[in-house]
Design a protein around this ligand. Structure first.
Ligand SMILES: Cc1cc2nc3c(=O)[nH]c(=O)nc-3n(C[C@H](O)[C@H](O)[C@H](O)COP(=O)(O)OP(=O)(O)OC[C@H]3O[C@@H](n4cnc5c(N)ncnc54)[C@H](O)[C@@H]3O)c2cc1C
Length: 393
């Protein structure tokens, strides 16, 4: 069987390697000059390749996710990676990395496996205009038209690949709206003086009085708004709503002193005022000086109002304006609508198989997106085919 895989990212390479190890005639068409460009960018160059604690709550609601996770366990994924020469360790939060800590090294391993088992690659060419002719498919690749028995679409998304056009193979009508996710957010009421400061905080995303999500971790203040992993994760909640064409009055509430209750913080500030602390020194040792300046400004002029000061430090509010665009986002919310996908085979009505980020599946940070890209590819093979692939090193 002659198979064409469109896209040489994590999903496409995983599919092609398992197919090649099972003796299929497989070709990967990649529009970039080299395979795995996005893999090379992941995890700040270290490649956070999966997560030992992966579960359906790490993703948007999708029947595809539950099916894939039920069939392809983390252990099985690790087995696949091992068979490709990628040995894994997990940090204390379950984030999995290659022992080499090298995303480029992961691409080397995958490319090497594909070549070793006879998988072919054509790079620097775009595949488009896929058309079913009888039982086969005609696809335009670069300047020519070619015939394949099977086509696998693993073309990913526009996140940090701005000129990818996911509609060249599958009609736009089959897609939900696409929205950049895992991205910084612009806010209306940023205090420019905070630009560049990082704090450890608890951040709650509100829509009016409704709590939509909560994350703990580092927040990076930018002149336009907020960044950092916990902001990225909360951005996915907004992005998924936008995919459903829902908007809201979103507020990011930042608790700058998560280790103290509001009451205890108020008591401490009260003690300091009694001890004669100057206004500008009230938050010494608790907050970065510039952050303290903003808390004092937003709490109003009355320094003796400790309950207002502690409330502001525990609930510094930023009004959401917009998600930053694809040039800053790590993943795209939305994709081929689940309605068009056969959840057992991940195929479209005309038989094209769709894998990875081009599907309407997106996960939060921590290795969940690479995991899904690879697991969705493994999912489409039989148990015997997968076992055959894992035995070959
Ligand atoms: C900066 C950054 C950091 C990230 N860090 C992490 C991380 O640490 N952990 C994690 O789990 N996820 C991370 N992600 C997300 C993760 O990289 C993606 O979700 C994942 O790579 C998607 O894999 P994919 O194979 O579905 O798509 P992609 O990796 O996007 O691959 C699709 C490929 O198809 C090619 N293509 C598209 N259209 C065509 C066409 N018509 N013809 C030929 N080729 C085509 C593209 O050039 C691309 O190479 C990060 C993303 C970014 C941008």
């Amino acid at each position: 069987m002659k198979i064409l895989v469109i896209g040489g990212g994590m999903a496409g390479l995983t599919y092609a390697i398992v197919a090649a190890k099972n003796g299929y005639d497989v070709t990967v068409a990649e529009r970039n000059p080299r395979l795995g460009k996005k893999i090379s960018m992941t995890g700040n160059g270290k490649c956070n390749i999966g997560n030992a604690n992966v579960n359906a709550s790490c993703y948007n609601k999708s029947a595809i996710v539950s099916n894939v996770l039920n069939k392809i366990s983390v252990d099985e994924y690790v087995k696949f990676l091992y068979s490709c020469g990628i040995v894994i360790y997990a940090d204390n939060e379950g984030r999995m990395y290659p022992l080499s800590d090298s995303a480029n090294g992961v691409v080397d391993c995958l490319r090497e496996q594909l070549e070793k088992y006879g998988g072919k690659t054509v790079c620097g060419v775009e595949a488009s205009n896929c058309r079913k002719v009888g039982d086969r498919y005609e696809v335009r690749i670069g300047g020519g038209k070619y015939i394949f028995d099977k086509v696998v679409l693993a073309c990913g998304s526009r996140s940090q690949s701005l000129d990818v056009n996911p509609y060249t193979v599958v009609s736009q009508n089959m897609f939900t709206p696409l929205v950049p996710s895992l991205t910084p957010v612009k806010v209306f009421n940023m205090d420019g003086v905070l630009n560049g400061i990082r704090v450890k905080a608890d951040v709650t995303l509100l829509d009016g009085a409704l709590t939509l999500g909560k994350q703990s971790g580092e927040v990076l203040f930018k002149d336009y708004g907020l960044s950092g992993i916990c902001i990225f994760n909360l951005s996915s909640i907004i992005a998924r709503k936008q995919v459903q064409r829902k908007n809201g009055n979103y507020i990011f509430s930042v608790d700058l002193v998560p280790s103290m209750s509001q009451w205890d913080l108020g008591e401490l500030l009260y003690t300091r005022i009694k001890a004669g602390y100057e206004r500008s020194k009230l938050f010494y040792g608790i907050l970065h000086n510039k952050v303290a300046e903003i808390v004092l400004k937003r709490a109003g002029g009355d320094v003796s109002d400790v309950s207002k000061l502690s409330e502001t430090a525990k609930n510094l509010q930023f009004e959401f304006y917009k998600l930053l665009d694809y040039s800053m986002s790590q993943v795209t919310s939305g994709g081929i609508d689940d309605r068009y996908i056969d959840t057992d085979t991940l195929s479209l009505p005309d038989g094209i198989v769709a894998l990875g980020e081009v599907l309407n599946v997106d996960g939060i940070c921590g290795g969940n997106n690479l995991y899904f890209a690879a697991a969705s590819a493994l999912y489409t093979f039989s148990e015997t085919e997968r076992a055959t692939a894992y035995k070959k090193l």
